[in-house]
Design a protein around this ligand. Structure first.
Ligand code: PRP
Ligand code: MN
Ligand code: MG
Length: 179
């Protein structure tokens, strides 16, 4: 168990489970984007570890860039508003874009991203997320690659934070209800 900002969390997805799933997803991406020279766009901050790890399973030519969004601030629930803190530098017109997220929760951030990317006329936009909280998703968005479907609980680690803390944890944890 770990403590983050004074709250107790227990292990939820282990390092081994993450590694195994990322290898599978990488193989699928290699197949699906062979010859397409895709550009991976990581959504900061949460996606930085997932992006770094999954990209090392990608063996086809590709590029990487980043976008920075914020919808949660330091809270455990979404503010309901997406703030764009940094836009990509790359020109994506005519390119195959793969959006990389740590988690799709309400779907608000991803819906915003897909819409935003399409304004720049890419050849395609695909969505790849490590985690998906199906029951919590209210904003309709097509998810092409999902690492793990998870229940509607607060998760932490492997890029995911609680009030900016805990992103460095190498496994994924969930809030421990038992006191
Ligand atoms: C979190 C997470 C996703 C988003 C998912 O980011 O990393 O980007 O919220 O929630 P949604 O589906 O309800 O939009 P956050 O805004 O906390 O910023 P961070 O990545 O810097 O932690
Ligand atoms: Mn995020
Ligand atoms: Mg966050």
């Amino acid at each position: 168990k770990v403590t983050c900002n004074g709250e107790l969390f227990k292990i939820f997805i282990t390092k081994e489970q993450i590694d195994e799933r990322l290898a599978q997803m990488g193989r699928q991406l290699n197949k699906d984007f062979d010859g397409k020279r895709p550009i991976f766009i990581g959504i900061l901050n949460g996606a930085f570890i997932f992006l770094a790890d999954i990209m090392r399973h990608v063996t086809i030519p590709c590029e990487v860039d980043f976008m920075k969004l914020s919808s949660y601030g330091d809270e455990k629930v979404s503010s309901g508003q997406v703030t764009e803190l940094k836009h990509i530098d790359a020109k994506i017109e005519g390119r195959h874009v793969i959006l990389i997220e740590d988690i799709v929760d309400t779907g608000l951030s991803m819906q915003y991203m897909v819409k935003r990317m399409k304004e720049e006329n890419p050849a395609s936009v695909s969505v790849c997320t490590l985690l998906h909280k199906k029951e919590a998703t209210r904003h309709d968005v097509q998810l092409d690659y999902v690492g793990f479907e998870i229940p509607d609980a607060f998760v932490l680690g492997y890029g995911l934070d609680y009030a900016q803390e805990g992103r460095n944890l190498s496994q994924i944890y969930v809030l421990d209800d038992e006191k």
